[in-house]
Design a protein around this ligand. Structure first.
Ligand code: NAP
Length: 539
C-alpha cells in the first residue's frame, strides 16, 4: 500500500484496537460478510491484557464470567485454572480465540492510528496510521478501550530520574526482576495494590507513595475446583443471561432489596462478614441505599476500615491506609496479600497527604520534609486518562471538520455511549455514556458489538449507508446519564470516573450508572423502534 495516498478501494469497516472488543467485532463483521481491517498499536493482540503485564496483574472478575459468551463451544472447552485469572492466562485465552476464529489475518499490528477524518462527500472515513498510510472505510469502529491511555503523574523532575521506570499499563514484554533493588511505587489503585505485594517479595526495599487510600478486599483466589467448573459450565446459559440482566454484568450478585438500617447492627455486620469472606466486591451492593445515602454507606465503609486496621501491625501505617471516600464510589479492589505486604520489614508507606513529594531527583524522590528516598526503580501505578483519553489521542474529525475533542471539551456527549452527533458512521464500543467500566466489561463489549453488528445488517437490508446520532436524542441521553449519576454518591469521590485524575479534564461522571440490564433494554428498544434517535440515510 502507498504510504502517502489512500488505498484505492474503500473497505466496509475499520476497527481500531485488537483487544476483547476489537476481536469480537471483527468476528461479527466477518459473519456478516463485511470486509474489516483491524489496526492495533501494540506489537501483539490483547489490548489491556497485552499492555498490563506487570507482576501480579490479575482480573478482579471471576474467570468463568470474565470471558466471551458468544460461542457455547468456546466457553465449554476452554479451561481456566484459577478463580481469578492472571494476566498471562487471559492473554493465552485471547490468543486462543484469535487462532480459533482465524482473526489474525485481518489485524495489522504495530500500527497506531493517528487520525480519522470523515469525508461527507464520499461518506467515507479516512484513517491515517503512524506510518503515514491512509485507509478508507464506510464505517469506523473504535475498540480503543476505556483504560488504555496510560497517565504519568504531574510531579516535578520526573524526567531527571536516572533509575529504571515503568508504568503498570505500559509494562515491557521482557520480564523485569527487582531483586536487590530499592523500588518506589506511586499509586494505590487496582494496579498498585496488585503490583505491591509481588514486588515486595523481590525488592530489597519497597517504598509505596500513597495519595488516596482505597478499599481493598481479599480475593481469596484459589485454583478452580474442577467440580465447581463442571457445575458452572452446566448452567452457563442461565448464568450468562443473569449477568446480562444484572446491574454490574455479573451473575449471582445480590439484588439489594432493603436499607442498611432495616436490620440491626449485629445482623448487618454478620451480612458484611459473609460478603467479606466471599472473595468478591459484593459488599458494596448488599443494601439498596449504600450508594445513595452517606450514613448507610458508612456502615459498610466502617466495617471494611476495621478489617484493614486488623491486618496491618503498625498502627501509624494502618491509620494512613484508612480510606475516607464513601465505599464503592471509586472502584473497590480485590487483592492477594496487599495489606500484609506492609507488615514486611522491607516495605514502607509514605503518606503523601502528610508528606507530599517535593520533586523527583536523579536518584530518587525528595519529600517536602527534606528526606530524599533513594530508589533504583520507580513504578507508576498512576492510572489512565480514562474513557475519553484513547479517543482524544486520535485526531477525530466529523462533519465539516469538527473535532471530537472540541465537541467533548465540557465532557463526552454520546447517544447511548455508541455514537456522537456530528460523527456519522463512527461507533464506540463501551463508549462514555454506557455502563462499561462500572461492570464486567466483557458483557458490555459483547452487547455493544452485537448491537453495532445488528445495526449494520439492518442498514444493509434497507439500503442505508449512513447513520448518525441526532442532537436531540443525544442531549436527552446525556441529561439522563447525568441525572442518574447525580442521584448517587459517585460524584462525591475524586475518581477517574469523574475525570478528576487528569488536570484540566471536565468533571463529568462519564459511565452510565443505570445498570447493565436496564441499559441493554433501552438499547434493544431503540433498535426495535428502527434505531430511534439515530438518523439514517441511503445516500
Ligand atoms: P487508578 O485507579 O486511577 O489509580 C491510580 C493511583 O495513582 C491512585 O492511587 C492515584 O491517587 C495515584 N496517583 C495518580 N497521580 C498521582 C500523583 N501525581 N501523585 C501520587 N499519586 C498519584 O489506576 P489503576 O490502579 O491503574 O486502575 C485503573 C482501573 O483499571 C481500575 O479502577 C480498574 O477498573 C482497572 N484495573 C482493573 C484491575 C483488575 O481487574 N484487577 C487491575 C488494574 C486495573 P488518587 O486516588 O489520589 O488520584
Amino acid at each position: 500500500m502507498s504510504r502517502t495516498t489512500p488505498s484505492r478501494r474503500p473497505l466496509d469497516t475499520i476497527v481500531v484496537g485488537a483487544g476483547f472488543a476489537g476481536l469480537y467485532m471483527l468476528h461479527r463483521l466477518r459473519g456478516l460478510g463485511l470486509e474489516a481491517q483491524v489496526l492495533e498499536a501494540g506489537t501483539d493482540i490483547g489490548g489491556t491484557w497485552f499492555w498490563n503485564r506487570y507482576p501480579g496483574a490479575r482480573c478482579d472478575i471471576e474467570s468463568l464470567e470474565y470471558s466471551y459468551s458468544f460461542d457455547d463451544a468456546l466457553q465449554q472447552e476452554w479451561r481456566w485454572t484459577e478463580r481469578y485469572a492472571s494476566q498471562p492466562e487471559i492473554l493465552k485465552y485471547i490468543h486462543h480465540v484469535a487462532e480459533r476464529y482465524d482473526l489474525r489475518r485481518s489485524i495489522r499490528l504495530s500500527t497506531r492510528v493517528v487520525s480519522a477524518h470523515y469525508d461527507a462527500a464520499a461518506n467515507l472515513w479516512s484513517v491515517t496510521t503512524e506510518h503515514g498510510d491512509t485507509l478508507r472505510a464506510r464505517f469506523c469502529i473504535m475498540a480503543t478501550g476505556c483504560l488504555s491511555n496510560a497517565k504519568l503523574p504531574e510531579i516535578a523532575g520526573l524526567a531527571d530520574f536516572e533509575g529504571q521506570r515503568y508504568h503498570t499499563g505500559l509494562w515491557p514484554t521482557a520480564p523485569v526482576d527487582f531483586s536487590g533493588m530499592r523500588v518506589g511505587v506511586i499509586g494505590t489503585g487496582s494496579s498498585g495494590i496488585q503490583v505491591i505485594p509481588v514486588v515486595a517479595e523481590q525488592a530489597r526495599e519497597l517504598v509505596v507513595f500513597q495519595r488516596t487510600p482505597g478499599y481493598s478486599l481479599p480475593s481469596r483466589n484459589e485454583p478452580l475446583d474442577p467440580e465447581d467448573e463442571r457445575a458452572t459450565k452446566q448452567r452457563y446459559a442461565q448464568m450468562r443471561k443473569q449477568a446480562r440482566e444484572s446491574v454490574a454484568g455479573v451473575a449471582g450478585y445480590p439484588v439489594p432489596t432493603q436499607s442498611a438500617f432495616a436490620v440491626d447492627p449485629a445482623e448487618r455486620d454478620a451480612i458484611y462478614e459473609t460478603h467479606w469472606n466471599a472473595g468478591r466486591t459484593s459488599i458494596g451492593r448488599v443494601f439498596d441505599d449504600l450508594l445513595v445515602d452517606a450514613k448507610a454507606n458508612d456502615t459498610a465503609a466502617d466495617f471494611v476500615r476495621a478489617k484493614i486496621r486488623a491486618q496491618v501491625h503498625d498502627p501509624r501505617t494502618a491509620a494512613a491506609l484508612m480510606p475516607r471516600d464513601p465505599i464503592g464510589t471509586k472502584r473497590v479492589c480485590l487483592d492477594s496479600g496487599y495489606y500484609q505486604a506492609y507488615n514486611r520489614p522491607n516495605v514502607r508507606l509514605v503518606d503523601l497527604r502528610a508528606t507530599p513529594i517535593e520533586h523527583v531527583t536523579p536518584r530518587g524522590i525528595r519529600l517536602r520534609d527534606g528526606e530524599e528516598v533513594a530508589l533504583d526503580a520507580l513504578i507508576f501505578a498512576t492510572g489512565y486518562d480514562a474513557m475519553t483519553g484513547a479517543l482524544n489521542a486520535i485526531d477525530i474529525r466529523g462533519t465539516e471538520g469538527i473535532a471530537l475533542k472540541d465537541e467533548w471539551a465540557a465532557g463526552p456527549r454520546t447517544l447511548l455511549g455508541l455514537m456522537s452527533a456530528g460523527f456519522p458512521n463512527l461507533f464506540f464500543i463501551t463508549g462514555p455514556g454506557s455502563p462499561s467500566v462500572l461492570s464486567n466489561v466483557i458483557v458490555c463489549i459483547e452487547q455493544h458489538v452485537d448491537w453495532i453488528a445488528d445495526c449494520l445488517a439492518w442498514m444493509r437490508e434497507r439500503g442505508n449507508v449512513r447513520i448518525e446520532a441526532t442532537r436531540d436524542a443525544q442531549d436527552a441521553w446525556v441529561a439522563h446519564v447525568n441525572e442518574v449519576a447525580a442521584a448517587t454518591l459517585f460524584p462525591v469521590a475524586n475518581s477517574w470516573y469523574m475525570g478528576a485524575n487528569v488536570p484540566g479534564k471536565a468533571r463529568v461522571f462519564m459511565p452510565y450508572v443505570g445498570g447493565v440490564g436496564p441499559y441493554r433494554k433501552k438499547c434493544d428498544a431503540v433498535a426495535a423502534a428502527g434505531y430511534e434517535g439515530f438518523a439514517m440515510a441511503s445516500s
